[in-house]
Design a protein around this ligand. Structure first.
Ligand SMILES: Nc1ncnc2c1ncn2[C@@H]1O[C@H](COP(=O)(O)OP(=O)(O)OP(=O)(O)O)[C@@H](O)[C@H]1O
Length: 305
C-alpha cells in the first residue's frame, strides 16, 4: 500500500521551478531515500509532503490525506524531525518530550521513549548540554512521540562524526523495525546505500533515477575493473580470451583488466594456470557515486560549470 503519493509536483520561486514534475510513491514500511546535491529540491519536496509548503501544481497524498487541506489531521499521523534551532538550549529533555506529547491526540508515553532511545539518564539534562548524538536521539524521540505512521528525517546525520552517524543509522533501522515508514533526506551515498529500500535521486529539481541502491549501482553501464601487479612478465593474450574480459591494458607496472559479469574468478584461474604470480587483486566495485556520474554526467557534490 502506498503511504505517500506524489504526482507531477511543481514548486517554483521563479524560473526554472525548484521542483519540476516530480512523481514517486512510498510504500508502507520502507525506508525511502531522497538523495541529491545541494539545492536539488529535496527539502522543498518533503516540505510539500508535510504540508509546510504549498505546491504550485501536482497531487500529493500522505496516508490518503491532502497535506495542505488536511494539515491538521495529518500532523497527528506524521512525525517531523525538528531543526536544532527550534529547541531552546535551556529546556530539559523531559520537558521537551512532555511539551511535544501535548500536541498530539494519542501520544506515546515519553518515559518509555526516553528508555528506548537511551536518554533515561539525561531526563533532567538541558538540551544545550547534550552531545550531537544525544541530540539526534532526542530529535528522533520527539518525531516519534505522537506515535506516527510516517516520519520524515531531513539530513539527520549532517555534522555528526562517523561513529555518531553509524549510531544514528542503527536508530533509523529500529524505527523501521517498529513498522513506521521512513522518508530519509540525505546528502550521503553511503547512508542511503546502508539504510534505504529505495532511493529517488534528485538533480536540479527532477528525479533522475528511482530504484533500490543495488539497482542504481548495477545500472551503471560500465565495466568492472581488476587491477593487479604481475610479479613476472606475461603475455596479455593469457587474459584477452578469458570469458567476460573486455580489455587488458597496462599502466606502469599495473595491469588493468576490464570485464563484465563474473570475470574476476576466470581471470584469477587463467593467471594461476599460466603460473603468473600477482600482487594486489581487488575488484573495484561500482558505487552510488558512479551511478550519479552516469546519471547526471558529473560527480556528486560538484556544481555544473
Ligand atoms: N523560500 C524560498 N524562496 C526562494 N527560493 C527558495 C526557497 N526555498 C528554497 N529555495 C531554493 O530552491 C532550491 C531548492 O532548495 P531545497 O532546500 O529544496 O534543496 P535541497 O535539495 O534540500 O538542498 P540542501 O541539500 O542544500 O538542503 C534552492 O535553489 C533554494 O535556494
Amino acid at each position: 500500500m502506498a503511504v505517500i503519493e506524489v504526482n507531477g509536483l511543481i514548486k517554483r520561486y521563479g524560473e526554472p521551478p525548484v521542483v519540476n514534475e516530480v512523481s514517486f510513491s512510498v510504500e508502507q514500511g520502507e525506508i525511502f531515500g531522497i538523495l541529491g546535491p545541494n539545492g536539488a529540491g529535496k527539502t522543498t519536496t518533503v516540505e510539500c509532503a508535510e504540508g509546510l509548503r504549498r505546491p504550485d501544481s501536482g497531487l500529493i497524498r500522505v496516508l490518503g490525506l491532502d497535506p495542505v487541506r488536511d494539515r491538521r489531521e495529518l500532523s497527528h499521523q506524521v512525525g517531523v524531525q525538528l531543526q536544532e534551532s527550534l529547541l531552546p538550549e535551556n529546556i530539559k529533555v523531559w520537558e521537551g518530550l512532555d511539551l511535544y506529547a501535548s500536541f498530539y491526540r494519542a501520544p506515546k508515553d515519553w518515559r518509555a521513549l526516553l528508555k528506548e532511545w537511551g536518554l533515561a539518564d539525561k531526563r533532567d539534562s538541558r538540551f544545550g548540554t547534550l552531545s550531537g548524538g544525544q541530540k539526534q536521539r532526542l530529535f528522533i524521540a520527539l518525531a516519534l512521540v505522537g506515535d506516527p505512521k510516517v516520519v520524515f528525517l531531513d539530513e539527520l546525520t549532517t555534522g555528526l562524526d562517523p561513529a555518531a552517524r553509524r549510531g544514528t543509522w542503527e536508530l533509523i533501522k529500529r524505527i523501521r523495525a517498529t513498522g513506521v515508514t521512513v522518508v530519509l533526506v540525505s546528502h550521503y551515498m553511503d547512508e542511503v546505500e546502508e539504510l534505504c529500500d529505495r532511493v529517488a535521486v534528485f538533480d536540479r529539481g527532477r528525479i533522475v533515477a528511482l530504484d533500490t541502491p543495488a539497482g542504481l549501482i548495477s545500472a551503471v553501464d560500465a565495466d568492472q575493473q581488476l587491477r593487479f601487479r604481475p610479479l613476472a612478465p606475461f603475455d596479455d593474450a593469457v587474459l584477452t580470451g578469458v570469458p567476460g574480459v573486455v580489455s587488458v591494458t597496462r599502466s606502469g607496472d599495473r595491469v588493468i583488466v576490464a570485464g563484465r559479469g563474473d570475470f574476476a574468478g576466470a581471470v584469477t584461474s587463467a593467471l594461476a594456470r599460466d603460473r603468473v604470480p600477482v600482487a594486489e587483486l581487488p575488484v573495484e566495485q561500482h558505487t552510488l557515486d558512479d551511478a550519479f556520474v552516469a546519471l547526471t554526467g558529473r560527480a556528486f557534490g560538484t556544481e555544473e560549470i
